[in-house]
Design a protein around this ligand. Sequence first.
Ligand SMILES: [Mn+2]
Length: 324
Amino acid sequence: MNVIVVSHESDVDGVFSASIALMRFPQSKVFFTSYGKENFVRISDLIYREVIEKSSPGIVIFCDLGLNEDMVSLIAELFEFLRSNSWSIIWIDHHPWSLKALNIFGDNEDRNKKVILDKSGNKCASELIFEHLLNNNDKAKYLASLAHTSDFLLKDQFLPPLPELIVYYKTTPNFYSRLAKLCSKISEGILWDTEMQADYRIYTGLRDQAKRDSWKKLQEKVLENGIKMAVVPTDPYIQTSLFSQEIFQETDLDVVFFLTKEGKVSIRRSNSNLNCNEIAAELLEGGGHAYAAGGKIRSDPLNLNEAVNELEDAVKNSLKKKSQ
Ligand SMILES: [Mn+2]
């Protein structure tokens, strides 16, 4: 059977999801992607090409990717194409989905397309892939538990610095081929090797310089309600979740916004009264979890004061909506 796996490119959960799917279907063609229209169009095109080339039925497995409302019509079109070519779809995820997005799967009685969506907030995608595709495999179970540790920022077991390695690969021109290689190593049970170590050594030098620069530019603001927020201009070498833990350790901030030069924002919190996804919903292309989310700002990302004001409004509006 032909198998295409599409997984999230940004973190350990996405890569491990694809690795577990690859253990189950070693013949899989694996693609990685992220959010945003451009990425979904690219992935759809790759799938169209692959399906036409194969000319026999197969299955597409989506992992660790939320379906945002603005992608629904694009994906509905892709589904129709897959159905007419006798391909089926399984979409396995753990992000919050809107009803409109869920509706494209119909009543889930349709054997041609199926969505497995965990709404508990306690499971990473790798665990769902393990449970639904390979639940009798101890190696897959172990990979899923490592992904859980990484996804929920737990410190309950040792994990090689794969989250940072993925961040580093993202800055390199051959990102997708390096990620695919990493994914296949992990599916073979190789969690670290000398190649990764050599890459990691290069990365740590670049990362440490980037973090020093970001600390210098951090801009703090205390809101009238006492919430302490900060906007930190960030850099592609910085792994946001790890850096946010460092910042929360050194400061008494409630929420931190990591802002790229392109205006993308990653939100992390230390105060659980604030929900990152609710703040993200005030931004462009906002999405994510309560503990970690992201989006884009409307104002000029190079004007830090403007960015701070817009993000301050986003915090206030999200709290206002919550109290209503
Ligand atoms: Mn995930």
